[in-house]
Design a protein around this ligand. Sequence first.
Ligand code: PGA
Length: 254
Amino acid sequence: MRKKIVAANWKMNMTQGEAARFVESFLPDIDEINDVDVVIIPPFTAIAKVSEALGRAHNIKVGAQNMYWEKSGAFTGEISAPLLRDLFVHYVVLGHSERRTLFGETDEMVNRKVRAALEAKLRPIVCVGETLDQRDKGNWEKILTIQLRGSLAGLKPKELQDTVIAYEPVWAIGTGRNATPQQAQEAHAFIRKILREMSDDTTADRVRIQYGGSVKPENARELMSQPDIDGALVGGASLDPRSFAQIVKAARQE
Ligand code: PGA
């Protein structure tokens, strides 16, 4: 049984003060929950504040939204995996569609980052997903195959098992238009099939695949009750502690 994983991708939002206030009101709401992995992914500038507000004992992990593949050196403006580890970061989002389209990240770059993250014992959350045009042309399977094979190239089974995949159809991100549970399940099952081809049955069955794209309290439960949907990567609705807590609760298997 795969443990669900629900992550808050705050993108370029939240000051330190706002982040601390979020944690303060979010924590009591999900206090009892330990059957779902919860990850908060602030901008770099609020990571330390969130870690501090959470306290080290709590069952919520902190993530980062990006990193560079080199460990250190003359790379002005970049952040490395060891620097993230230094802030008690456990997860890192890699290859988000905003990074791919606005900042020119390719599958090859994402792959270098994924390997560097795993080497530093960070768990990558690797995003894949097709655009509306690609879906309309019937190309989504081809696009997902290229992205998965490129971004995850060379990973050993154990490394794949430590990796989380986020299926985020680009047409559903920030648009209010989520994939239907059936569309999402179809894509997730397809992703698992590709993972099986790239590794083995056990590995493919263990990898957690999150859905992302306009996840809200109202649609979260139905999406996450699909057999191959193992959680959610939540943007807009994760900025509000109440709605993010509702989404976390929607992931519980009762
Ligand atoms: P959204 O963003 O929930 O605002 O659609 C999801 C994401 O980009 O991870």
